[in-house]
Design a binder for this molecule. Structure first.
Ligand SMILES: C[S@@+](CC[C@H](N)C(=O)[O-])C[C@H]1O[C@@H](n2cnc3c(N)ncnc32)[C@H](O)[C@@H]1O
Length: 372
């Protein structure tokens, strides 16, 4: 599968779109806010440049896309007001793969510029927003260009399904699974880790070329707390999806060989694995790093005493946001006609699981500066 060509979040604003089903990622963005603020203040508060070039990598389309941009504009604006300086010109670049729904973003820009003017008194000509289609596993910007890079929930996507998931005879090694699972053989864990190390190292190397010395980066990735590669906090979500697919194999809706040849281009690193790649690649100094957790059921994240668990509603909530991010890959491999049924089964599996055990996603948020 050519991941860079096939992968895209469900576009538009319909019931199954990413725009309507990205509450998980919205919570993740809010958890990284203080690190973004610190990085921008560090960057701008010492240099007072006339312009800042800023990129959001893997911006997708929907409310979150402009949320991050608004946060960056707000913090720069507040800082300038405190210092009684005029705003630098902000050049904001929204990057995603070419299949991303950039049209929806572009159509929302006039209203966004109006909001900036009404809320902040920022006239047109203070912020320039542009789309940059392309893979962040390739060069996207000129040399020494970017002052700040942000990326949330994107770099855990690998550039390709790892090589090495087949035996020498070409037989699938990860039979019945779609990601690293407890029943996966060691070669599968190795193949996934190798791919992550090579992709993340390439990502850092490319950004180090594009970023200015002292330029800053803030990233949020889904990760795992422990070193055990198939631990529940990162893999169970996919084991339940594999279970739903297996059910469809038993019913004869999907061929077993089709399931055996599908693996997700995705990796949830541990902090140790992440730090090792940053150190080995060598272009960046790690500044802050934090682990946060978000309940799978995103309606249950404000610790409200008024939250009542509803197995069906919780299962459907999780299934909707998982569908919004994986539908393009699954439909490409298994056919679009299985998707509705698959996610009905998946919602049931997730509901059953959550009835037994409240489960959380693990996020690693970190900030780095490019070495001078
Ligand atoms: C789950 S979305 C996150 C979107 C947004 N940052 C948010 O937090 O809501 C992940 C995005 O990363 C993008 N992505 C994955 N691999 C990419 C790559 N190699 N280059 C650029 N974008 C990529 C996907 O297309 C998708 O839009």
């Amino acid at each position: 599968m050519d991941v860079m060509r096939v992968l895209h979040m469900v576009g538009g604003a319909g019931d199954t779109s990413y725009a309507s089903n990205s509450s998980l990622q919205k919570i993740a963005i809010s958890k990284a806010r203080s690190m973004v603020e610190d990085s921008i203040l560090n960057l701008y508060g010492t240099s007072f440049q006339e312009s800042l070039n800023i990129a959001d990598l893997g911006c997708s389309s929907g409310p979150n896309t402009l949320l991050v941009i608004k946060e960056i504009i707000d913090v720069t604006h507040e800082r300038c007001s405190q210092l009684q300086r005029s705003m630098p010109e902000l050049r904001l670049f929204l990057n995603d793969l070419p299949g991303n729904d950039f049209n929806t973003i572009f159509m929302s820009l006039p209203a966004f510029y109006d909001t900036l003017k009404e809320e902040k008194g920022l006239p047109l000509g203070t912020c320039f927003i542009a789309g940059v289609p392309g893979s962040f596993y390739g060069r996207l910007f000129p040399i020494n260009f970017l002052d700040f890079v942000h990326s949330s929930y994107s770099v855990h996507w690998l550039s390709q399904v790892p090589q090495g998931l087949q035996s020498d005879m070409g037989l699938p090694l990860n039979k019945g699974n779609i990601y690293m699972a407890k029943s996966s053989p060691p070669a599968v864990f190795k193949a996934y880790l190798d791919q992550f190390q090579s992709d993340f190292s390439l990502f850092l190397n490319l950004r180090s070329e594009e970023m200015t010395c002292g330029g800053r980066m803030v990233q949020t990735l889904m990760g795992r707390k422990g070193e055990e590669p198939s631990s529940g906090d990162c893999c169970h979500l996919w084991e339940l999806l594999a279970q739903a697919l297996k059910g469809m194999v038993s019913q004869g809706v999907i061929k077993e060989a089709k399931l055996d040849s599908f693996d997700l281009p995705w990796y949830t690193p541990s902090v140790k694995e992440l730090k090792a790649v940053i150190a080995m690649e060598g272009s960046f100094v790690l500044d802050q790093l934090q682990i946060t957790e978000i309940n799978w059921d995103t309606n249950d994240n404000d610790d409200s005493e008024y939250y009542f668990f509803d197995k069906k509603a919780s299962g459907q909530n999780v299934a909707k946001y998982v569908r919004a991010v994986t539908e393009s890959l699954l439909a490409n491999h298994f056919g679009a006609e299985i998707i509705d049924e698959l996610f009905e089964k998946y919602a049931e599996n997730v509901g059953e699981h959550l009835a037994k055990e409240k489960t959380k996603h693990v996020n690693i948020i970190f900030s780095m500066a490019k070495k001078v």
